[in-house]
Design a protein around this ligand. Sequence first.
Ligand code: ADP
Ligand code: MG
Length: 266
Amino acid sequence: PAPLAEHGPAQIIAMCNQKGGVGKTTSTINLGAALAEYGRRVLLVDFDPQGALSVGLGVNPMELDVTVYNLLMERGLTADEVLLKTAIPGMDLLPSNIDLSAAEVQLVSEVARESALARALKPLLPDYDYVIIDCQPSLGLLTVNALTAAHSVIVPLECEFFALRGVALLTETIEKVCERLNPDLRLDGILATMYDSRTVHSREVLARVVEAFGEHVFHTVIGRTVRFPETTVAGEPITTYATNSVGAAAYRQLAREVLDRCRPVE
Ligand code: ADP
Ligand code: MG
């Protein structure tokens, strides 16, 4: 990909699936790191009170004084007070921890409760090329906030039985947000994860996903490898932890697809 002469305004991508353990956090970190390698300025938003994205980048969520929660709830706080630089040049993090779970309840009584995150991110958009929001595994108000802020959605789907179960509910939610809150929201892609080419089962699931979603499925497929759990322990992306691995190559390929697909509609 060609380097950029100037940066921003950012495309916002929500990494979303209400099922846990499908590769949302892993894909947020590694897609972000691969985009940063290609010279893009990237902001990752940890929007799960579990704080797994923060942990995966070597941050201890319990030691944070301010998080994305404060940015959502407190007027007058600016993003630079919450932003953390990561070890990856060009990639920053809005961290979170368990405090964020209170936002789900507290936002209910706010005016424009669905657009709190969009408001918080707005001043940051000129500084980045991509903002990737790591959603929590639910379709509650936090996830609706992510979908309201986003230009597009990436849905990681694990190549396992029942992977497609629940996807209808997710696409309905995306459609509702599209109708009521964010008419420009696009489903940019279904990302097949944890694919095991040795099993017939994985191949069958992938075939069914392609049958169901056709063009929406990214050509990149993320294979199952123990390298990913290792990177979480190491607190860094696979692109630096195992730079020549198959997993790193897969996320670089995904980044090239995203550069191609997830761009503003002219
Ligand atoms: P989510 O954010 O959707 O809950 P995670 O990205 O945290 O999912 O992944 C769940 C677990 O699976 C983590 O332990 C992670 O390290 C592991 N994992 C993610 N992607 C892969 C993969 N392609 N192969 C093997 N393990 C993976
Ligand atoms: Mg996660």
